[in-house]
Write a protein that binds this ligand. Structure first.
Ligand SMILES: Nc1nc2c(c(=O)[nH]1)N=C([C@H](O)[C@H](O)COP(=O)(O)OP(=O)(O)OP(=O)(O)O)CN2
Ligand SMILES: [Zn+2]
Length: 141
């Protein structure tokens, strides 16, 4: 799990939920500029996902923690990131993976009754490298 610090996102929602998860995956960055990352290699990716909202569902959840894990872990664990359709025309960099995770989660959240927003996705690729993705205000409902 991500046990370092968590960059925070400022917002005015009454409820903020955070979910940590991790998955193992392989990737490669097929560019001359990517150096050793041109060659397929693996990571244990560590994620922190932040959801905000003012409305809870009928049982008092902003979103069920397990739905977040199911969506992302099932899709990417023990896979080759380059093989996923969302990376057919772009490379699975940490930045673009974080953006894609945000898009998947936000789409799922907007199909719920209480429609919370995904405010931040942190993807740690190695012990020394991570990316924080935050949507623009106009990307949120
Ligand atoms: N901006 C980005 N830079 C790099 C990415 C990326 O996704 N976005 N990815 C890689 C490689 O895929 C690599 O897996 C990670 O590289 P790096 O952090 O350099 O890994 P090291 O273990 O060699 O780093 P140390 O500084 O030795 O800990 C490269 N760049
Ligand atoms: Zn890598």
């Amino acid at each position: 799990m991500m046990q370092q610090f968590y960059p925070t996102v400022s917002h005015n929602y009454q409820f903020e939920l955070n979910k940590d998860m991790h998955f193992s995956a392989a990737h490669f960055i097929p560019s001359e500029d990517a150096g050793k990352c041109k060659v397929m290699h693996g990571h244990t990716y560590h994620l922190n996902i932040t959801i905000g909202g003012n409305q809870l569902d009928s049982i008092g959840f902003l979103i069920d923690f397990k739905l977040l894990k199911e969506l992302i872990h099932k899709k990417y664990d023990h896979s080759v990131l380059n093989d996923h359709p969302e990376f057919a025309n772009k490379f699975p960099t940490t930045e673009l993976l974080a953006q894609q995770v945000w898009q998947s989660i936000q789409t799922m959240l907007q199909a719920t009754i209480n429609r919370p927003n995904c405010l931040q996705v942190i993807v740690r690729e190695t012990p020394t490298s991570y990316v924080v993705y935050r949507p623009r205000q106009e990307d949120l409902l």
